[in-house]
Structure formats: structure tokens, C-alpha cells
Design a protein around this ligand. Structure first.
Ligand code: LCS
Length: 389
């Protein structure tokens, strides 16, 4: 089966009692046992039937398993948020006394969980420009257990060569985790490129409709098993069946939506690139993008996210953002409708300023999540906003 067919049908649950066409919603916190022996068997792992939704549920399992299929890997887990996927993975793969390396430009919430939570558990870390391979190699210590990267990076869109990073990570005996939120399995499959675990905020493109927060972890069985038990099931980051059901619905149209996100973003990027008031556009699909060749090699499309800077810096950006009518001013991304935001004061405001600047997130940077509206309307909205500058 090819991608779009799998996004609809892989790992689907068929309800034999009523013959439902679409997977029903199993909105139940607990599951009833026939007798004590069956309950005991389920808790002992001799019977794989469901027990209690924090420990497993048909809807959360369906969407997690389908994502593992799309990522061409062994197993998946559904989590309550993208941050739950990130934090549970990092906590599961490391113990006190361990060290990890993170790429130097990642989502602000991930920086917060690292700087404010993970390091309190005796885990040491460094933010590193992993594209400087010599520096990256030198950053390993005997106790380095994990390398964590985001590609394309939120919000700068800087890319990282997953194959190369996986090679260096494995030479040093560590595990590679890739946040694949911006690309989705439709455009990039980190495990097939050598990573061990992929994490997602499915709040974004996977659900795609801006009405759910959720996360997914996919990867090799040896890692997913330990992330699940004892970590996810006991820390309690399991997601809700209803949210998972909505995410499974969104996933069915992922390919169609991503094609349109990509083509719209390309047109918007070209429009911005040609605009006299725009200083620089960061979009992996532009030939002027410094890592255009890597984008073509590693990704099956350039995605729907663009970052840009105006010649007038933040003041000009603020004026533009305040004067848009169709493109909504708000954080999040990857929904069917366009959203725009200012990373330095919004999504990445919790990142310490020196780390933020080192990661390339300047005060004037604006990030747009290009939706699937008619692209002429998106460009017209920007055009009208520009006239106010
Ligand atoms: N990873 C990436 C790359 C993200 O962009 C986000 C959220 C997360 C993880 C966390 O996911 P959540 O818990 O929110 O589902 N990114 C956001 C953003 O750029 N604007 O608002 C949220």
C-alpha cells in the first residue's frame, strides 16, 4: 500500500458487533472483565485485552500504530500533547548522571522543559550547532546517551542532515531522537534515515484542523517499549480517546493537505522573496535557501512553514501582523488555516536571550504557517498588510 491508502486504512479497528465503517469512539475510562481470572491475566500481560484507558485504549492505539506504519517503524504511542511526547521520551531514555546534546534551535517549549525540568533530575546537556560536524563530534562525552534534533527547526527552518547526524550519534553509542512535527511522515521519515525515535506534536499537521492538542512517539521497539512502560503509563501523559479519534480523522487527509500546504507556501515564499520591504526569507524550497540541496535530498516536499524578516525589523513586523485580516495572529501551526506569529515575543519568549540569538531567532523574525486557503487570498492579505508599512 502507498502512503495515502495507509494513512486511511492501516491498523484500522473493525467493530464486528455493528459493522461500523469508521472506527467508533471508545470513550470509556475502564474496560470490564468477564471474570477475575481474565482481569488478572490482563494485568499480568497473559491477555492483551484492554484494562484502563491510561494504560491503553483502542482509539489511542489505532492512531499511534498507524503513525508507526507511516513512519515505517516498529511501534507508536499516543500522548496528551507534543510536550508530553518530548518530555516522556527524554525522561525514559536517560537517568541521573547522563548527558545529552540538543540542536541549538528547537521549539521554545522544549527549551523550557529541558532548562526548567530535565536538568533538575541530574541530567546534563549542551545546545550545539550540530551542523558543525567537528564541534558536534567534540561535544560527546562518555556519558552522552541521547542526541535530540528538530529539522526543519522551529522557527528558523534551518535543516539538519538526519543521516549524517545518525551516523555520528551511533558511532558514539547514543540514541537519536528527531522532532518531525514540521514535516510529518508524508514529507520526511526520520527512522528510515537512521534515527531511533521520532516525536510529534500532532496538534499541528497530523490533526490539521486546530481543534486538538496531542502528541505521538514512534520508533524502534526497544525504545518505544521502555518509553511506554514504566514511563508514559506511570507519568500519565496518555492522551484522550476523543482527541485520538479526531487525530485519526485528520490523518486520513494528511497527504492532500500537505500537498496544498507545500504549493501554497512555495508561492507565498516567492512573493515575499520578491517584495522590496522583505530583508530575507527562510523557506527550504527557495533556490536561495542555503540548504536547498539537502532539502531536496532529505524531504519529499518543502513544507508549509516560512520565516522571514522585514527591512524595518520588529517594528515593521508588528505593523504587518497587526494589519492582517485573513491570516490570524496566533501561535500553533499546521492547521488548514493560515497563522502568523512573532517567535521572539511568543513561541520562543521563554528561551534565554543568548540561547535565542545563538539559535538564529532574531527580534525581527516573523513566522507564518501557510494554510490551504486559496493562495491568492493569502497573498492579497499580505499585500494589504504591506501597504500599511
Ligand atoms: N515540537 C514542536 C516542533 C512544536 O512546534 C511544538 C509546539 C511542540 C513540539 C509541542 O507540542 P504541543 O505540546 O504544543 O502539542 N509548537 C508550537 C508553536 O510553534 N506554536 O505554538 C505551539
Amino acid at each position: 500500500m502507498k502512503f495515502n491508502t495507509k494513512a486511511m486504512h492501516a491498523n484500522a479497528i473493525h467493530d464486528n458487533q455493528f459493522g461500523t465503517h469508521v472506527t467508533p469512539l471508545y470513550q470509556s475510562s475502564t474496560f470490564i472483565f468477564d471474570d477475575c481470572a481474565q482481569g488478572g491475566d490482563r494485568f499480568a500481560g497473559r491477555d492483551s485485552g484492554y484494562k484502563y484507558t491510561r494504560l491503553g485504549n483502542p482509539n489511542t492505539d489505532e492512531v499511534a500504530n498507524r503513525m508507526a506504519t507511516l513512519d515505517e517503524t516498529d511501534a507508536g504511542l499516543y500522548t496528551s500533547t507534543g510536550m508530553s511526547a518530548v518530555s516522556t521520551t527524554l525522561m525514559a531514555l536517560m537517568n541521573a548522571g547522563d548527558h545529552f546534546i540538543s540542536s541549538d534551535c528547537i521549539y521554545g517549549g522544549t527549551v523550557s522543559v529541558i532548562n526548567k525540568v530535565i536538568v533538575n533530575y541530574g541530567i546534563d546537556m549542551n545546545y550545539v550547532n550540530v551542523n558543525d560536524y567537528e564541534l558536534f563530534r567534540k561535544s560527546f562525552r562518555p556519558n552522552t546517551k541521547v542526541v535530540y534534533i528538530e529539522t526543519p527547526a522551529n522557527p528558523t527552518l534551518v535543516l539538519i542532515d538526519i543521516k549524517k547526524i545518525a551516523e555520528i550519534t551511533h558511532e558514539n553509542g547514543a540514541v537519536l531522537v528527531v522532532d518531525n512535527t514540521f514535516m510529518t511522515p508524508y514529507l520526511q521519515r526520520p527512522i528510515t534515515l537512521g534515527a531511533d525515535v521520532a516525536v510529534y506534536s500532532v496538534t499541528k499537521y497530523i490533526n490539521g484542523h486546530g481543534d486538538v492538542v496531542g502528541g505521538i512517539i514512534t520508533g524502534k521497539k526497544e525504545y518505544i517499549d521502555v518509553i511506554k512502560n514504566p514511563y508514559l503509563l506511570n507519568l500519565g501523559g496518555t492522551g484522550s480517546p476523543f482527541d485520538a479519534w479526531l487525530v485519526a480523522r485528520g490523518l486520513k487527509t494528511l497527504g492532500l493537505r500537505m500537498d496544498r500546504h507545500c504549493s501554497n507556501a512555495m508561492e507565498v515564499a516567492q512573493y515575499l522573496d520578491a517584495h522590496p520591504l522583505v530583508e530575507v526569507v527562510h523557506y527550504p524550497g527557495l533556490k536561495s535557501f542555503p540548504q536547498y540541496e539537502l532539502a531536496k535530498e532529505q524531504m519529499d516536499g518543502f513544507g508549509g512553514m516560512i520565516a522571514f524578516e522585514l527591512k524595518g525589523g520588529f517594528d515593521a513586523g508588528e505593523k504587518l501582523l497587526n494589519n492582517l485580516k485573513l491570516i490570524a495572529l496566533g501561535v500553533s501551526l499546521g492547521g488548514v488555516d493560515s497563522l502568523i506569529q512573532h517567535p521572539a515575543s511568543m513561541t520562543h519568549s521563554a528561551v534565554p536571550i543568548d540561547e535565542r540569538i545563538a539559535g538564529g531567532i532574531t527580534d525581527g523574525l516573523v513566522r507564518i504557517s501557510v494554510g490551504i486557503e486559496d493562495v491568492e487570498d493569502i497573498i492579497e492579505d499580505l499585500e494589504k498588510g504591506f501597504t500599511k508599512l
